[in-house]
Design a protein around this ligand. Structure first.
Ligand code: NOJ
Length: 701
């Protein structure tokens, strides 16, 4: 279909008020439902969102869609929801998905998510969240794909492809839904890790660190983009021509539309950037905003502003065309809105179960394994389990989950009891059970299931203390002091510093809130049925005092490391980016480039030999980093430019190959041009960002 022509045809039949209606996303709750139904019938809203549980009104969304079809234009309303990392079946939070270093798998997961959501009429999700984040104090670090631009970019395109389909025409299928990468741009850089705070970002960092994931998402076909709440260098992003129009529409080539975050138009007043509501609308629309989320200010002021000539009709037409084209691509006119499912009756399908367990396995990073404490020895006869996650269900879902069904989750203790039939597993609900710890001293292994409650991360949940929540360290230490061999499982929404407990434990399995499959995956890893599959998508600091601490810093004085030291603690991370152990060992050797010299528009092939030198089969995540040795703008000391997951049997070797071309070697200069500069490049390949071997090649003009 010629979407542009069809959208124009519809646009030409619309009144100004109807056009403005399309630019408004309304909020529906139980309280305003009838009022909103009527407003939608009058064409006052082009889209809506809700957080309400309408399980007592199963055909609600169908009714809302019908109301829009009864409007004069008959343009269907678009239902958007925060289906961030799962709908009924919940998958790991962003950090957990990123820990998989597996975009192909992530694409499958997002495709599954789209199918579950669209079955209830949710044809738009405010996902993926692709804000690069370098500050674990910020609660929303949980939602994104970590600190690395390249990994986030690959995950961003995978999410878009999964949700919308790779073929642009696929978006029209009933089971595909519209993606909305967010929060454009630099939201992860908020000062002090305080949510929605001001951000200071240089042009260099904006373009080279924060922009590429959005560019990748837009190239993958993302049909909408959400702008952030915050400001950059004193300019609210949702009021910036450079950010909305130039970066998203011109550089990114977005054919779809930009939606603000919740109430952002009104925030322009709170920020004292606009004098009154009218000015706020004037600024945001003139600078490129296409749809307002829930501030209701477009409804109140936009028509008048256009009539007075303050906002050109052409700008309104551009916004509405974008929205209509997207609705046409979604085939919204022919979409079926199914009734809301009875969540009480929800059962996990085999596909949902295996996908969610595999996703959770890949969200689990083995950080420490002294004396091969894991997998659990077959000789263990008695096991004590402790900690807040022993009986948890919903807690595994993480911070952004509206409709996840938790009754399908079996607590980890029950799974372990089933899997370890011959082991006596003891647990008392009151923790410091002197009973167990003193009268049953013969129990020598304890698994402590600790971590953060989901509410400790996510929106508005910023913290300054990156240690385990109060009391947990003491419990772990007291167990160890009684001579127990403590195995620590941490379920969390951010990288926490475990420095204090490390001397007391034998193994640490770090699991980013893993979703429905979490407890099963954890039990499989503990018992050795499965491998821990994740690698750290963020640097784990020793202490908050080191923040910001990320692997790909520019570090101008790396020639004189003593300048970069702290006098009172190490400047090194506790665990570096890309780190993660397996139950076997790998050796990476023999790094080669197929050519020592390439031209700027050519590419080089890098190969290494990877060998499984351990005692069982396993998966290695081979990572490829570069350093642009001399450049007109300083480049990071190392930057990830490729990764591959390879499975090798015991004793097996494989050649693993990476291709580095223009896209990997280039960067944005101050003029906003993407350039590859001639000169030497160093390439590093290894098992994490520190454990690498390297070689070099030269790029000529
Ligand atoms: C505010 C959040 O910042 C955003 O991520 C979310 O999608 C919207 N609210 C809608 O719920």
């Amino acid at each position: 279909m010629d979407y542009e022509a069809k959208a124009r045809e519809i646009l030409n039949s619309m009144t100004l008020a109807e056009k403005i209606g399309q630019m408004c996303l309304g909020f529906i709750s139980n309280e305003n439902l009838n009022e909103m139904l009527e407003a939608i019938r009058q064409g006052k809203y082009g889209a809506y969102l809700t957080y309400a549980d309408f399980s007592d009104k199963k055909d609600m969304h169908d009714k809302i869609m019908q109301a829009s079809r009864e409007s004069r234009t008959g343009i269907p309303v678009l239902y958007g929801k925060d289906v961030i990392h799962g709908h009924f079946t919940v998958f790991p939070i962003g950090l957990g998905m990123a820990a998989g270093f597996n975009p192909e798998f992530a694409e499958k997961v997002f495709s599954f998510i789209a199918e579950e959501a669209s079955s209830e009429g949710i044809f738009w999700t405010f996902s993926p969240m692709i804000d690069v984040a370098r500050d674990p104090r910020w609660g929303r670090i949980a939602e994104g794909f970590g600190e690395d631009t390249y990994l986030t970019s690959r995950m961003a395109e995978a999410a878009v492809w999964g949700l919308q389909g790779r073929d642009p025409e696929a978006l029209g299928k009933q089971e595909k839904i519209l993606a909305c990468p967010k929060h454009f741009i630099g939201y992860g850089a908020v000062e002090g890790g305080r949510d929605a705070n001001t951000a200071e970002i240089s042009q260099h960092t904006l373009m080279n660190v924060y922009f590429p994931p959005f560019l990748a998402a837009m190239k993958a076909g993302a049909g909408s983009i959400m702008s952030g709440y915050h400001d950059i260098n004193g300019e609210p992003v949702s009021a910036s021509y450079n950010i909305l129009t130039h970066m998203i529409k011109e550089l990114g080539g977005l054919d779809g539309f930009i939606v603000s975050d919740f109430g952002t138009t009104a925030h322009l007043l709170k920020y004292r950037y606009a004098e009154d509501e009218r000015q706020a609308v004037d600024i945001t629309v003139n600078n490129g905003m296409d749809m307002d989320m829930c501030s209701s200010l477009f409804t109140k002021h936009l028509e008048k502003l256009v009539e007075e000539g303050k906002i050109p009709v052409g700008r309104i037409d551009d916004a509405v065309l974008r929205i209509l084209k997207t609705k046409l691509r979604l085939d919204l006119w022919n979409r079926k809105v199914g009734p809301l499912k009875d969540k009480g009756q929800f059962k996990l399908s085999d596909e949902a179960k295996s996908l969610s367990v595999e996703a959770a396995r890949q969200a689990s990073v083995l950080l420490m394994n002294k004396d091969s404490a894991l997998p659990l020895s077959k000789d263990i006869k008695k096991l004590y389990v402790a900690g807040p996650y022993v009986h948890a269900r919903r807690e595994y879902f993480g911070c952004w989950c509206l409709d996840g069904v938790s009754h399908v989750i079996e607590p980890v203790i029950d799974i372990l009891k089933r899997k370890l039939e011959n082991v006596e597993i003891r647990h008392l609900d009151y923790f410091m059970s002197e009973l167990i710890l003193s009268s049953e001293d013969y129990i020598d292994t304890v698994i402590y299931f600790g971590g953060e409650a989901p509410e400790r991360s996510g929106e508005r949940n910023n913290i300054t203390n990156l240690r385990l929540p109060e009391g947990q360290e003491e419990q772990i230490i007291s167990l160890a002091n009684r001579g127990k061999k403590v195995i620590l499982v941490v379920v969390a929404g951010r990288p926490l510093s475990l420095a204090r407990v490390i001397p007391y434990v034998y193994a640490i399995l770090y699991v980013f809130h893993p979703g429905t499959g979490g407890p099963e995956a954890i039990a499989q890893i503990l018992t050795g049925e499965a491998e821990p599959g994740g690698r750290m998508p963020v640097t784990v600091p020793v202490s908050e005092g080191q923040i910001p601490l990320y692997y790909n810093s520019i570090q101008v004085r790396s020639d004189r490391p003593e300048h970069l030291k702290y006098n009172d603690m190490t400047e090194k991370p506790l665990y570096c980016f890309g780190y993660g152990l397996t139950y076997t060992d790998f050796k990476v050797s023999d790094i080669k480039v197929d050519r020592n010299e390439i031209r700027k528009n050519e590419s080089v092939r890098v190969t290494v030999n990877v060998e499984n030198t351990g005692t069982r089969s396993g998966e290695a995540v081979i990572q490829c980093y570069i350093n642009d040795c001399v450049s007109s703008l300083l480049r990071p000391c190392k930057e990830l430019k490729g990764f591959k997951r390879v499975t090798l049997d015991k004793g097996e070797s494989k050649i693993v190959e990476f291709t580095l071309g223009k896209e990997e070697l280039g960067f944005f200069n101050h003029k906003g041009e993407f350039i590859v500069e001639p000169g030497s490049f160093r390439v590093f390949v290894g098992l994490d960002c520190e454990n690498t071997i390297d070689t070099c090649f030269v790029v000529t003009d």
